[in-house]
Write a protein that binds this ligand. Structure first.
Ligand code: FAD
Length: 441
């Protein structure tokens, strides 16, 4: 799927689409209307901003091109992690100590914000706060995790480095050399969470318009903020938050040049037998490993095994990648595999879907001031549940008068990625080759 086209107006088939709570009723924008703040994009970032602005009593309108959660927010793995992929020392080197410390502190607390919103608004999204496991797939992976744990612990994070035996007991596989357990983190049904944010924002008075792609964003003729057009309506708003991330199109296309699109697919089985669930991830931690082409593994509430990796699925799914994913399950859980593998005609995988990640060159999200009263956050690089919820709130605070110095990141000008299409091909072909190599060896 090309995220730069808006021809897809409904959610793709996925496990999340089949098991999420319903979205609140919404309709397209029709006619002319006004708002204090317009938000473009109905994912974690936009809806967190909407919720926090509506809570302050502002008149907020969200414009979503397709459906709530159509972008990364409705397709991701559901790991609510603290902090970013990058090690804290590298973040400090990139941003300087002041912003490095601030980002570490704020994003370290992001699971707390996510789980407290879930509790406060009673969002039915399979929230499980048992921690996540970052798994070492090799000796060098363990060395990297040991260093990462040291850096996190030095900053007060309550992470634990686990040995191979403890990791095996917690995962049900002896394939890993150790792991970092982060008790701050957990898992959610991501589409349920983003729909719950929409319901909460609506209950506080926000207007949410779906099937309303923004086709034009320009300074208002009367000088009062911004004028926004959709196919059937228009909206004038004093301030605008652009929250389109990897799925941006129509409005402000230059932002799409600031990151490389990276695709990530997932497959899910049918619910596993109880005897298997007693052995595989008995604590229900969500996991990912240290491979460069990483694998994610988790269970959902019904006990389905969900496995993901970097790569693109063709529209009709991919037998090749389905085979690769089944092989990975077999190699992780050789003894349990016969009980996981369904009998008869039923395929191994009951759901398969893909999403696009906005991968920034420095792997950090970026806050951009795109014009007067026009702000955006983009480039979560695969960590957007906590960070998207935090950045939405931070942008809501900023547009209501908090100083720029209080934002988690400095406000910067968007910068085009050098060699974007070469990088995209490198990631796509690199992951194809990796999966192909694994199948033949
Ligand atoms: C497969 C996958 C796995 C991931 N796994 C994890 C994970 O386990 N943990 C984690 O923390 N993060 C994960 N991420 C990252 C996370 O999902 C994203 O960073 C996050 O969803 C970004 O949220 P957002 O609201 O900024 O953008 P999105 O959720 O992408 O929302 C942007 C919205 O903008 C809309 N839009 C675009 N253009 C327009 C327009 N012109 N007018 C109106 N609306 C428009 C789109 O339709 C879309 O709904 C993953 C991402 C993917 C794709």
């Amino acid at each position: 799927m090309d995220p730069n086209t808006l021809t897809h107006s409904s959610l793709p088939d996925s496990l999340w689409a089949s098991s999420a709570c319903p979205a609140p009723p919404t309709r397209p924008l029709e006619g002319a209307t006004r708002a204090d703040v317009a938000i473009i994009g109905g994912g974690f970032t936009g809806l967190s901003a909407a919720l926090h602005l509506a809570e302050k009593g502002l008149k907020v309108s969200v414009l979503e091109a397709c459906e709530i959660g159509y972008g990364g927010s409705g397709r991701n793995v559901g790991l609510v992690n603290a902090g970013l992929w990058m090690n804290p020392d590298d973040i400090d080197a990139q941003l300087g100590k002041e912003y490095g410390d601030r980002l570490d502190r704020i994003l370290g607390g992001s699971p707390e914000l996510v789980f407290s919103l879930i509790e406060r608004f009673d969002i039915p999204c399979e929230a499980t706060r048992n921690g996540t496991l970052h798994l070492a797939h090799s000796k060098s992976g363990l060395k990297g995790l040991t260093d990462r744990a040291r850096q996190l612990q030095a900053r007060g994070a309550p992470v634990q480095l686990l040995d191979a035996a403890t990791t095996a007991a917690m995962t049900g596989t002896e394939r890993y050399h150790g792991a970092i357990l982060d008790p701050r983190a957990g898992t959610i049904q991501p589409l349920g969470y983003v729909r719950g944010l929409a319901s909460a924002a609506k209950s506080l008075g926000a207007s949410i318009y779906t099937r309303s792609p923004v086709t034009r964003l320009a300074p208002a003729r009367d000088g009062q903020g911004w004028s926004i057009s959709t196919p059937d309506g228009s909206l004038q708003a004093e301030k605008v938050i652009l929250a389109t991330n990897a799925y941006g199109s129509g409005a402000y296309r230059e932002l799409q040049q600031t990151f490389t699109p990276l695709h990530f697919f997932q497959f899910a089985t049918a619910p596993l037998p109880d005897a298997v669930l007693e052995r595989i991830l008995p604590g229900k931690q969500g996991c990912w490993d240290t491979r460069q082409v990483m694998t994610s593994i988790r269970l959902d509430q019904a006990g389905r095994l969900i496995l993901g990796s970097i790569g693109q699925l063709p529209d009709n799914g991919s037998r090749f990648l389905q085979g690769w994913a089944a092989d990975r399950v077999k190699s992780l859980f050789p003894e349990l595999y016969p009980q996981i593998k369904p009998r008869g005609e039923t395929g191994f995988w009951h759901h398969g879907w893909v999403g696009t990640i906005a991968f920034s060159p420095d792997h950090l999200p970026h806050l951009h001031q795109l014009g007067p009263n026009l702000i955006s956050c983009v480039g979560y690089s695969g960590r957007g549940i906590g960070p998207g919820t935090i950045m939405g709130k931070a942008m809501a605070d900023y547009v209501t008068g908090s100083p720029a110095e209080d934002l988690p990141l400095p406000l910067t000008e968007p910068k085009q990625v050098v060699g974007r299409s070469i990088r995209e091909q490198y990631y796509a072909r690199g992951s194809d080759l990796y999966h192909a190599y694994q199948r033949v060896t």
